[in-house]
Design a protein around this ligand. Sequence first.
Ligand code: DGL
Length: 264
Amino acid sequence: MDKHAAIGVFDSGLGGISVLHAIRNLLPAESLIYIADSAHVPYGEKSPEFIVQRSLAISEFLLAQRVKAIVVACNTATAAAVSELRQRWPDVLIVGMEPAVKPAVQASQSGKVGVLATTGTLRSARFAALLERFASDVEVITQPCPGLVELIEAGELQTDTTRALLSSYVEPLLQAGCDTLILGCTHYPLLKPLLQRMVPEYVQLIDTGEAVARRLQSELGKHNLLAEAQQPLDHFYGSGDTCATERTLAMLWPEAQPVIALGF
Ligand code: DGL
């Protein structure tokens, strides 16, 4: 395996760009291949079987590009498919992600933690296991957020429509006394500027991007696969309307290359 091979990162759409930023900040020499499965966004409302099928196809494509690791930059796809991916490719370094329940429980003073995530993540057995393991001493209030991902994909990061929908999801959690909110979908950190203006200062917003980047760094290090100083080369692929994906991507990763059509 070549230490200068790229790292493959995928999500249902552009939410995983929040993770890509964390990876680039921590590992600036790594080349990145990002896949937005925009033709099938949102994953949050799809069946686990469908998400497994897409995750396998995308991973197969990434491996054909000779990536040295795959990051599932999507909580919903991790919940539905990471076990299947690891089973199919036991020798490939695969990093998944899940809502940051443990750090949120540690951070909460009120003992009430809110989780914003997709319907798929909140319904999953992996999420249930996470709560059982780390959240037995606190009250966890879950909030699915249908519609939010679509607005983010459309580039509506600061509009009144997005503010109103987000507020309808966040307000009940604040009313219930949550002092810690878990952003359990990689799209939601892209709304942090809006969110920060919406919640009192004492409310902590916790996401998983940096933890995933650190995990990736440690796994690559273990396998002697960290890239040495080099100018990284990034590639972006999309399965949907690539022009629309490019428009929103330009707001999130201004130096992005054109989005290449994935073709499946
Ligand atoms: N960004 C994804 C996540 O972290 C999925 C959003 C969606 O497509 O519903 O869960």
